[in-house]
Design a protein around this ligand. Sequence first.
Ligand code: FAD
Length: 396
Amino acid sequence: MSTDERARVEGQIEALFASHPPADTPHPEFWGAQFDHGLAWVQFPEGFGGLGVSPRWQADINRRIEEAGGSIRNRFNNVLGVGMGAGTLMAHGSEELQRRFLRPMFTCEEIWCQLFSEPGAGSDLAALSTTAVREGDTWIVNGQKVWNTLAHLAKWGLLVTRTDPDVPKHAGLTYFVVDMEAEGVDVRPLYQITGEAEFNEVYFDDVHIPDSMRLGEVGEGWAVSMTTLMNERVAIGGHVAPRGSGAISHAVNAWEQTDKDDAVARDQLLAYWVEAEAMRLTAIRAGEAAKRGTPGPEGSTAKLHWADLNKSITSFAIDLMGAEGMTYPQGYDFSRPDLTANRTEDPHKAFLRARANSIEGGTSEIMKNILGERVLGLPGEPRVDKNVAWRDVPRS
Ligand SMILES: Cc1cc2nc3c(=O)[nH]c(=O)nc-3n(C[C@H](O)[C@H](O)[C@H](O)COP(=O)(O)OP(=O)(O)OC[C@H]3O[C@@H](n4cnc5c(N)ncnc54)[C@H](O)[C@@H]3O)c2cc1C
């Protein structure tokens, strides 16, 4: 990180804080100014929310904003946009789309969702069936997606479709940005164990998408999807929270409410504390590796460990709470939240929500497959449909 870069970043932070004091400026206005000063995704080019400098500066910028009383909640409120869509747009979108979408994404004026999974295609995403058929400069989309987080709030969706059924599954995919308010898009809630519907199923019935909304070439949707998924694993597992926050804070709070005379529980709490801290440091390392280019398998390590540990620690916290741990103060009102509950302050809800951590963003089994093949160099899984046209692959 050069002295010149430091001076440029410092200069922009000072100018931003002078014109828009972080503690006193409404969040969307501050985020807009942050984008204009090139401090949104600092590695992006100037004019696109960045300064074209090393992405390593971003953590410093975020810390400075929070210390000055500002907010970086847009990274969570619009996690599928800010965390995943932005990197995908920069890597594969036209300049016109980048200029159109990045700023309102960062300010959360436009929320994004991810439309990948289908009833018959989750871990095996490339098997998906939603079709896009070209008619001149328009694509007509039909099919169903599922488990789409925050789709009920989204203005735009990251959509992967099948455009050529006559080639093997990975080769026949094309990726689009879809207007979630377009005619023929139907978003329906799916309720979770927490009693909330963070996610949805989304139906497409002759939805028209202009060809100008395509990301990447026709038939290259798999490569574009991989950019999104690699960013997703880092966004999910790689967020570096302050020491002692997140799941471990629930365990510490629960311990504070006990008589603190159970030596076994204390020993377990300290073991979890050490593990949580080791995970935090792993996330920092994965984040650093990701900043050197497109995120690699380090994101899978962080994601795998994060999921297992969250489940264990939130269970431990509930155990420490005794009978109170069995209650659920929030109730089941089937609300539609504007944020995923991964960062909830309620230990009961945290316990329930953590069950999904080993499924969302790629299951733990799939993370292990990735690590086995790409890090340990173990033989790949048998892929019997690799060279078979998608149309000819047997499916239920
Ligand atoms: C809270 C939450 C939020 C989500 N948000 C979104 C979203 O916004 N957008 C979106 O598109 N999707 C989203 N998903 C979907 C998620 O990506 C999928 O659920 C996930 O990829 C698993 O796919 P599946 O549910 O079809 O399970 P399946 O792929 O059918 O897997 C079922 C079981 O089989 C195992 N399995 C499958 N294949 C293998 C294999 N090759 N080797 C070993 N084990 C295997 C799996 O690990 C799992 O245990 C979300 C899911 C959750 C839980």
